[in-house]
Design a protein around this ligand. Structure first.
Ligand SMILES: [Zn+2]
Length: 282
C-alpha cells in the first residue's frame, strides 16, 4: 500500500502518527510524510533560512529511523493558505503518489497552518477524481480513504473511528521526535517556558524527553494528569479504552499503554468492515 501522511510542519506527522507509520513500514508498505510548510517559523534564535535548513536535515534523520520518505515543501511557516495554486499543487502531488490512505490534521486546531493544511486535503479529495482539473496528471479512479490525526480540541470534539495499539513501536516514536532537536529540545521548551529544564547531552535529554513514566500499573485517569511525551503517546489509550477493548479483546485491550486514534473524514472513500481490515491490519 501507499500511505501518505500530511502535516503542516516538519514534525507534525512524527508527533501524531509515527507509530502507525512504523507499523506500515515494518510490513513493507510505502510510507511518505509530507510537511507542507518549511519549518522556518520554529525557532527563537535562528532566522528563517537557518532554521528551515536545520529542520530539513532533521526530517532526513527522522525518516531513517523507521525507513520512510519525507518531503518538505517550501511554503513558509505561518503563511499557508488554501488558495487555488496550493490546491492544484496538492492534487498533482497526491495523484502522483496514488495513496490508499491519507492522514491529515482536522480543520479545527489552534494553529492556522494546521487548519489550512487539513482544509487543503479536504478540498483536494473530490478533485482527485476530476480529469478536467489539473489534466497534467492522470486523475485517480477513486478517492483515497482520508483519516484525521487525533487532536484534543472540543468544539466540535474529536470522535475516533479507529484506535491502534502502538506499544510495540512507541520507542520508534521517541527516536523519531528525538531527531527534531531544534524543536523538542529548543523551540518547544522555549515556548513552554521549560528551556532551563532540558538536560545537556544526548542520553540525558532523551531520557527527559519521555517525561512522566507510564508503566503497566498506571491507571488511565493518572495518564491524563501527567506531563510529557509519554503522556501524549499514551493519551489515546487512556481516553478510548473502550475502543481498544472492542478492537483487541478484553485482555489485550486493557493491557495496551500507548495508542493512536484516527477519525474518518466524510469527504474521502468511506471504510467498510472489509476495507478497514485491509487498510488497518493492526
Ligand atoms: Zn505543526
Amino acid at each position: 500500500m501507499n500511505i501518505l501522511m500530511i502535516g503542516a510542519h516538519p514534525d507534525d506527522c512524527d508527533l501524531r502518527c509515527s507509530g502507525l507509520a512504523s507499523l506500515y513500514a515494518r510490513d513493507g508498505h510505502r510510507v511518505k510524510f509530507l510537511s507542507m510548510c518549511d519549518g522556518s517559523g520554529g525557532h527563537h534564535i535562528l532566522n528563517r533560512d537557518e532554521i528551515a535548513a536545520r529542520r530539513w536535515g532533521e526530517t532526513r534523520e527522522a525518516a531513517k529511523v523507521i525507513g520512510i520518505e519525507y518531503d518538505v515543501w517550501n511554503i513558509p511557516d505561518c503563511e499557508i493558505v488554501s488558495d487555488l495554486r496550493t490546491r492544484a499543487r496538492l492534487v498533482n502531488y497526491i495523484r502522483e503518489f496514488r495513496p490508499d490512505v491519507i492522514f491529515c490534521h482536522r480543520t479545527n486546531d489552534y494553529h492556522a497552518d494546521h487548519r489550512a493544511s487539513g482544509l487543503l486535503v479536504q478540498e483536494a479529495s473530490y478533485l482527485l477524481i476530476v480529469p478536467n482539473y489539473c489534466p497534467e496528471t492522470a486523475a485517480l479512479k477513486r478517492m483515497p480513504v482520508i483519516m484525521f490525526f487525533y487532536d484534543g480540541f472540543k468544539n466540535p470534539p474529536f470522535v475516533p473511528d479507529i484506535v491502534i495499539d502502538t506499544d510495540d513501536v512507541v520507542e520508534d516514536k521517541f527516536r523519531m521526535i528525538d531527531k527534531h532537536v531544534s524543536q523538542v529540545y529548543e523551540w518547544l521548551p522555549y515556548t513552554n517556558g521549560t528551556l532551563d529544564q532540558v538536560p545537556s547531552g544526548p542520553e540525558a535529554r532523551y531520557e527527559w524527553l519521555h517525561g512522566d513514566k507510564i508503566t503497566a500499573d498506571t491507571a488511565d485517569d493518572e495518564v491524563i494528569g501527567m506531563k510529557g511525551y509519554s503522556r501524549r503517546f499514551a493519551l489515546a489509550a487512556a481516553l478510548y479504552r473502550d475502543k481498544l477493548i472492542a478492537r483487541y479483546g478484553e485482555e489485550r485491550g486493557r493491557r495496551i499503554r500507548f495508542a493512536e486514534a484516527y477519525a474518518l473524514s466524510e469527504y474521502g472513500t468511506q471504510l467498510t468492515a472489509e476495507t478497514e481490515k485491509v487498510l488497518f491490519p493492526y
